[in-house]
Design a protein around this ligand. Structure first.
Ligand SMILES: *[C@@H]1O[C@H](CO)[C@@H](O)[C@H](O)[C@H]1NC(C)=O
Ligand SMILES: *[C@@H]1O[C@H](CO)[C@@H](O)[C@H](O)[C@H]1NC(C)=O
Ligand SMILES: *[C@@H]1O[C@H](CO)[C@@H](O)[C@H](O)[C@H]1NC(C)=O
Ligand SMILES: CC(=O)N[C@H]1CO[C@H](CO)[C@@H](O)[C@@H]1O
Length: 494
C-alpha cells in the first residue's frame, strides 16, 4: 500500500513537472552523442515513388526521436547521383537540347520523360551507347562541360525531391554518392594495406565470414560500386564526422549487402565485434508497400506510384471528408486546406509507421482515413476533443498549471496517469530498438486510456474539474509530442 502511495506521488510530481517545465523533461538520456541517419536516398533523374515513402518517414521519425533525446543527428540523403546512367543522360542532353547551357534548367522540362527517352535511345542505338559510355569516363575525369551538364540534371531532380520533402515536413542534408567518390581510392588503399583486399576473378574483393561470395570493391572493369561507395562513406562518417552510430534505412532486400559490408568494416577494425558497442552501425530494413492484390503497390496502368500523386490524393480525400461534414462552411478556406493536409499526410504516415517495419503492409486509403480504429484520423480527433474540452471549460489552462494540482483518485485517472509517465521510456525503447511502431502503439493506448477516463470521469463542472482539466492538458501535451515525433501535424479542431 505504502509502495503504491509513493508511486502515485511520483506520478503526480512528474506530470506536474512536465506541465510546468515542458515535455523535454521526459526526454530519455541516451549514451550516444552524434548519430548519422541515412535515409530517403532517391536516385537523381528518377521520380520519388511509393518505395521511397517508407525510408523517408521511418528515417525521419527515428531522427526526430533521437533529436528529442538530445542526440545530434546528421540527417543524410545519400542520393544516387553518380552512376553510369549519367553518361546516357548527358549525351542525350547534348543531342536533344544543344542550347542547354543558355536555356538553363528549363530545357529538359519533364525529367522522367527525358530519362525514359534517353534510356530507350541507349538500348536501341549502339553508337549512342558507346558515346554514353565514354561520357561517363569524361564526367568522372572532371571535364567541365560534362560536370556542368551533370550538375544541371541533379538540380532539376533536387527541386522535385525538395517539393516532396516540404510537403512531408522532412528535412535532410544531401551528401550523395558523388560526395564520397574522391575518398574511395584512399579508403581502398587503407584496406589493401591491412591485407583485406584480394584479387578474385579479375575483380578486387574482400572476403567476409559467413558468406561464400565476397564483397566486390572494384569491379572487373575497374569501376566502383555500392560497396566501395558505402565503405568510403562509412570511413568518412566515423573519422571526419565522428559519428558513433550510423543508421541505414532501406528496404529489407538490401540486408545481405549491409551484413556483408558491416562485416568488412569489422575486419578492418573500424567497428567493434560486439554489435551493441559503439561505434555501431545498424541496417533498419523495412518491408514492401503492397496493393490490394497483394503485389507491389502500382497504379492501374502498372506504373510505379508517384509519391507526389499519392500525397495529392490523400489530401483530396481528407478534404472531401471534411466538406462532407460541412467544415467548409465553418472554417476559412485556408484552415480547411491546412487541416486537410495535416489529416491526409498524417494518415499516410501513421498507416505506415504503426506496422512493425520489417513486415509488408497493404496500402488502403479507405482504411487509413477511417475515423475509427487505430488510425491517425481517430487519434487527431481524440486530440482535438481534448483541446475542445479545455477551450469550452472557459478556464485559463496556463494559469491552472501554476495554481492547480492533479489528484488521481479514480482508477481510470490512475491508469491514464501511469501511462503518461511511460512516455519517456517508450521513446527510449523505440530509439534503441529502432522501431517506430512502439511509439504508435503507445499513442494509441494513450488515446484508449483517455477515452476510458473521459467516459467514466466527468471533467467540466465536477468537484475535481481543475485536476481533470490538467490531466486532459497533460494528455494533449504528450499526444502532441508523439505526433511531432511521428512527423504528424496535430490540429486543434477537427
Ligand atoms: C517486429 O518484428 C520483429 C521480427 O520481424 C520482432 O523481432 C520484433 O519483436 C517485432 N517488434 C515489435 C515491437 O513489434
Ligand atoms: C513481402 O512481400 C514479398 C513479395 O511479395 C515477399 O517475397 C516477402 O516474403 C514478403 N515479406 C514478408 C515479411 O511477408
Ligand atoms: C498497449 O496496450 C496493449 C494492450 O493493453 C499492451 O499489450 C501493450 O504493451 C501496450 N503498449 C504500449 C507501448 O503501451
Ligand atoms: C485501453 C488501454 O489501452 N489501456 C492501457 C492504459 O494504460 C495502462 C498502463 O500503461 C495499460 O496497461 C493499458 O493497456
Amino acid at each position: 500500500m505504502t509502495h503504491l502511495v509513493v508511486n502515485l506521488l511520483l506520478v503526480l510530481q512528474n506530470i506536474q513537472k512536465m506541465l510546468i517545465d515542458g515535455i523535454e523533461t521526459c526526454a530519455p538520456g541516451l549514451s550516444v552523442k552524434r548519430v548519422v541517419v541515412d535515409f530517403s536516398s532517391p536516385n537523381i533523374a528518377k521520380e520519388m515513388h511509393v518505395g521511397h515513402l517508407r525510408s523517408t518517414i521511418i528515417g525521419d521519425t527515428l531522427a526526430r526521436m533521437l533529436e528529442f533525446s538530445n542526440v545530434e543527428v546528421l540527417r543524410r540523403n545519400h542520393v544516387g547521383d553518380w552512376g553510369t546512367q549519367f553518361g546516357m543522360l548527358i549525351e542525350f542532353l547534348f543531342e536533344k537540347f544543344p542550347d542547354w547551357e543558355s536555356a538553363g534548367d528549363t530545357a529538359i522540362g519533364d525529367l522522367q520523360a527525358f530519362y525514359k527517352a534517353s534510356k530507350q535511345k541507349f538500348d536501341e542505338d549502339p553508337v549512342f551507347k558507346e558515346r554514353a559510355q565514354k561520357a561517363v569516363v569524361r564526367l568522372q575525369g572532371g571535364e567541365p562541360r560534362y560536370r556542368s551538364a551533370w550538375a544541371q540534371i541533379c538540380d532539376i531532380s533536387r527541386r522535385e525531391f525538395d517539393g516532396v520533402y516540404q510537403r512531408l515536413g522532412v528535412s535532410l542534408e544531401e551528401k550523395g554518392e558523388s560526395f564520397y567518390n574522391p575518398y574511395i581510392p584512399s579508403v581502398l588503399e587503407m584496406l589493401s594495406e591491412l591485407g583485406l583486399v584480394e584479387e578474385s576473378e579479375g575483380a578486387r574483393v574482400i572476403f567476409v565470414e559467413g558468406f561464400e561470395r565476397p564483397v566486390i570493391v572494384v569491379k572487373k572493369d575497374g569501376g566502383y560500386n555500392y560497396a566501395s561507395t558505402d565503405l568510403a562513406a562509412l570511413w568518412y562518417r566515423l573519422n571526419i564526422e565522428k559519428a558513433e552510430w550510423i543508421i541505414y534505412v532501406t528496404d529489407v532486400g538490401q540486408s545481405e549487402h549491409f551484413q556483408m559490408f558491416f562485416k568488412a568494416a569489422k575486419r578492418a577494425g573500424w567497428l567493434p565485434d560486439d554489435d551493441k558497442a559503439y561505434p555501431r552501425t545498424n541496417h533498419v530494413g523495412f518491408g514492401l508497400v503492397l496493393g490490394e492484390d497483394g503485389k507491389r503497390f502500382r497504379t492501374r496502368s502498372t506504373e510505379v506510384v508517384r509519391l507526389a500523386d499519392l500525397l495529392d490524393e490523400a489530401k483530396a480525400r481528407s478534404k472531401a471528408a471534411l466538406i462532407e461534414r460541412g467544415k467548409d462552411k465553418e472554417w476559412s478556406e485556408e484552415d480547411l486546406d491546412k487541416i486537410a493536409e495535416a489529416v491526409g499526410y498524417g494518415a499516410v504516415k501513421y498507416a505506415d509507421l504503426k506496422n512493425n517495419r520489417t513486415t509488408n503492409y497493404t496500402f488502403n486509403f479507405d482504411q487509413m482515413l477511417n475515423d475509427k480504429g487505430n488510425t491517425a484520423v481517430y487519434l487527431l480527433y481524440a486530440h482535438a476533443r481534448m483541446c475542445s474540452i479545455i477551450r469550452k471549460s472557459g478556464k485559463d489552462i496556463e494559469e491552472l498549471k501554476k495554481t492547480g494540482s492533479i489528484a488521481l483518485n479514480h482508477p481510470d485517472e490512475r491508469a491514464l496517469g501511469l501511462h503518461l509517465l511511460q512516455f519517456g521510456e517508450t521513446v527510449e525503447e523505440a530509439c534503441t530498438n529502432l522501431l517506430p511502431n512502439v511509439l504508435c502503439e503507445y499513442l494509441y493506448n494513450l488515446s484508449e486510456n483517455f477515452t476510458k477516463f473521459y467516459s467514466n470521469c466527468q471533467v467540466v463542472g465536477s468537484a475535481e474539474e481543475t485536476s481533470r482539466l490538467l490531466l486532459c492538458e497533460a494528455t494533449a501535451v504528450v499526444m502532441r509530442k508523439c505526433f511531432h515525433l511521428l512527423g504528424i501535424v496535430p490540429v486543434h479542431k477537427l
